[in-house]
Write a protein that binds this ligand. Structure first.
Ligand code: AMP
Ligand code: MG
Length: 492
C-alpha cells in the first residue's frame, strides 16, 4: 500500500491573487461510499490506500496529504446572463495536481469540504444527493465518450447540512484536466487586470495547448481552440439528450470538459424546450438553447481575451470575431456528423440533416423516448422486422412509418452491410443513460435508508452504456408516468 498522492502542483505557483490558500474543514465522522479504482490507477494513486482510514480522512478533508497545497480558485462569471465579478470556489478546495500514467496533468479537488474566502453566505458544504448525482453523471458521461470531469471518490461526512430540509453531508473528490473556466478569465478581465488574463492564458496554453505557443498569435489560437472544444462538447451533449441546466460562464471549462453537474438531467421524451432546473424560470438553459447559450458564453470568453488579441482595440475585435466565426460551422459539423452516425449513415448527403431533423420532429410529435428510439433504430436497420419496437415508442406510430420509408430509401444508398451498420449504430446510440428517475431513486435510497447498493449498481450499469446488458434491461426503460422527474435542483 502506497500512502501517497504524487502531487506536482502548478496552479499554486501562479500569482497569489489567483487563489486563496485554505485547508479543508474537518468533518465529524468520515465514511467511505466509493472509490473509483480504475481512475485511481490511471492517476497512479493506490486505491487500497484511498480506501484505508488514512485515505478516507484525506477524501473527507480531515487530513491534508503530503504534497497538497490546498487552495480555492478565484473566478467570476455571468450567472443567467448577469455579470458577477466575484464567485470563486465557495465549496471546493483544490488539493493539487497529479500527472497520470498517460502523462496528462489533472486536478484533484474536494467538493463540499468547508468554507473558503469565496463562500459568501454559503456553508461550503455539499449534501449527499448532489454528490451522488455528480459521481453518477460525470462517470456516465465519461463512459459515453463525452469529455467530463471525473469522480475519484465519494464520502459521507457524518455531519448534517441544512438545505430545505436537514440532509446528510458528503464530499466528492473531483478530477479534471483543469478547473479553469471562462469565468476564471473574466475574473481578471472584469478587474482590468490584463497581466492576470495573460498569466492565465499562458498557463492554459502550457497546460492544455502547448502546440499553440508557437502560433503567430497564441491567444487568438487559444480562443479558436476553446471555441472548437466547446462546440464539439455541446454537440455531444445534444446527441445523448443531456441538459446541463446551468450553463453560466463559470460552469464552462476551457478544457472542453463537462463541469458542474448541478440541476442536470437527460431527456426522456424528445422535447427541445425541456427544462428541469427549478431556478431556470425562463428556460434560458433549455435543451435546445444550449448551442446558442454556448455561443454567448464563448463571446464572453473572447471579450475577456480582447486586450491580448491585438495592440489596437479595433484589431482585437476583428480577431475575436474571426475566432467566434469558427463556432457555427464547427458545431454544425459535430452535431450533424453525430446525427448521421446515429441514423447509421456513413456517407454524407445534402438531405441528411433534414432527414435527422424530420425524425426528431416525429419524436416530438409522437412523444417518443429519445434514447430508446435511436437505440432501437439499430434493430430496424437490419430490416423492417425491427420496426415494431420503434413504432411502439410513438403515440402515433404512423409518424415513424412515414419517416422510416424515407430512411430506408437513404440506407439503400449506403455501402455498409446491415449487420455492420447495426454494430456501428450500437456504438453511438447508448442503451443506458443516467435516467433522471433512476438517479433520484438512488439518492432517495441513500438518504432515507442509508442504502448504497442501488448507487453502486447504477454506476456499474452506466460504465457500459453501449452494451446490451440483459440482466439490467429495466435501467434502459423510460420512467412510468408516476416516476417522471419534473424538476431538478442545484447542489447548493
Ligand atoms: P454552482 O451552482 O456550483 O455553479 O456555484 C455557483 C457559485 O456558488 C460558486 O461560486 C460556488 O462556489 C458557490 N456555492 C455554491 N454552493 C455553495 C455552498 N454551499 N457554500 C459556499 N459556496 C457555494
Ligand atoms: Mg459552478
Amino acid at each position: 500500500m502506497t500512502a501517497a498522492i504524487p502531487f506536482a502542483n502548478t496552479y499554486a505557483r501562479l500569482p497569489e491573487h489567483f487563489f486563496a490558500s485554505v485547508d479543508p474543514t474537518p468533518v465529524a465522522a468520515p465514511r467511505l461510499i466509493r472509490v473509483n479504482r480504475d481512475l485511481a490507477a490511471e492517476l497512479g494513486i493506490d486505491a487500497a490506500w484511498l480506501e484505508s482510514p488514512e485515505g478516507v480522512a484525506v477524501l473527507a478533508g480531515n487530513r491534508v496529504p503530503e504534497g497538497a497545497e490546498p487552495l480555492a480558485m478565484a473566478y467570476a462569471g455571468h450567472q443567467f446572463g448577469n455579470r458577477v465579478p466575484q464567485l470563486g470556489d465557495g465549496r471546493a478546495i483544490l488539493l493539487g495536481e497529479v500527472v497520470g500514467r498517460d502523462g496528462l496533468r489533472r486536478d484533484i479537488q474536494l467538493k463540499g469540504s468547508g468554507p473558503t474566502p469565496f463562500s459568501r453566505r454559503g456553508d461550503g458544504r455539499a449534501a449527499l444527493g448532489p454528490v451522488l448525482r455528480e459521481y453518477i453523471v460525470s462517470e456516465a458521461m465519461t463512459a459515453l465518450g463525452i469529455p467530463s470531469t471525473r469522480a475519484l471518490a465519494a464520502v459521507l461526512t457524518g455531519d448534517s447540512v441544512m438545505r430545505e430540509t436537514v440532509l446528510p453531508g458528503g464530499v466528492l473528490t473531483r478530477v479534471a484536466t483543469s478547473h479553469i473556466r471562462v469565468g476564471t478569465f473574466q475574473y481578471f478581465a472584469m478587474r482590468g487586470d490584463v497581466d492576470g488574463v495573460r498569466a492565465l492564458a499562458d498557463h492554459v496554453i502550457g497546460r492544455h495547448d502547448p502546440d499553440l505557443a508557437e502560433a503567430p498569435n497564441p491567444y487568438a489560437a487559444l480562443l479558436t481552440r476553446v471555441v472548437e472544444r466547446q462546440a464539439d462538447l455541446v454537440a455531444r451533449w445534444l446527441l445523448v439528450g443531456f441538459i446541463h441546466g446551468v450553463m453560466n460562464t463559470d460552469n464552462c471549462a476551457v478544457s472542453g470538459e463537462t463541469i458542474d453537474f448541478g440541476p442536470c438531467a437527460f431527456l426522456d421524451a424528445y422535447d427541445p424546450s425541456a427544462v428541469f432546473s427549478a431556478i431556470d424560470e425562463y428556460g434560458r438553459y433549455a435543451y435546445g438553447n444550449q448551442p446558442g447559450i454556448l455561443h454567448w458564453n464563448l463571446t464572453r470568453f473572447a471579450e475577456a481575451l480582447l486586450p491580448l488579441l491585438a495592440h489596437e482595440a479595433e484589431a482585437g475585435i476583428a480577431v475575436a470575431q474571426d475566432g467566434l466565426a469558427v463556432f457555427g460551422p464547427r458545431f454544425e459539423a459535430a452535431y450533424y456528423g453525430g446525427l448521421r452516425a446515429k441514423l447509421g449513415l456513413t456517407t454524407d448527403q445534402d438531405a441528411d440533416g433534414e432527414l435527422g431533423r424530420a425524425l426528431l420532429e416525429a419524436m416530438q410529435a409522437g412523444g417518443a423516448d429519445f434514447t430508446l428510439t435511436f437505440r432501437r433504430l439499430g434493430q430496424a436497420a437490419l430490416g423492417p422486422e425491427g420496426d415494431a419496437a420503434v413504432r411502439a415508442l410513438f403515440g402515433d406510430p404512423g409518424l415513424y412509418d412515414a419517416w422510416a420509408t424515407r430512411w430506408r430509401a437513404r440506407l439503400a444508398t449506403e455501402p455498409l452491410d446491415p449487420a455492420a451498420r447495426r454494430a456501428a449504430m450500437d456504438r453511438v446510440n447508448p442503451a443506458f443513460i443516467p435516467r433522471n428517475h433512476r438517479v433520484e431513486a438512488v439518492i432517495q435510497a441513500a438518504i432515507a435508508r442509508d442504502d448504497f447498493a442501488p448507487f453502486h449498481e447504477l454506476v456499474t450499469v452506466l460504465a457500459r452504456p453501449y452494451d446490451d446488458q440483459p440482466a439490467f434491461a429495466a435501467y434502459a426503460e423510460p420512467p412510468q408516468p408516476h416516476e417522471r422527474v419534473l424538476q431538478t435542483f442545484c447542489g447548493t
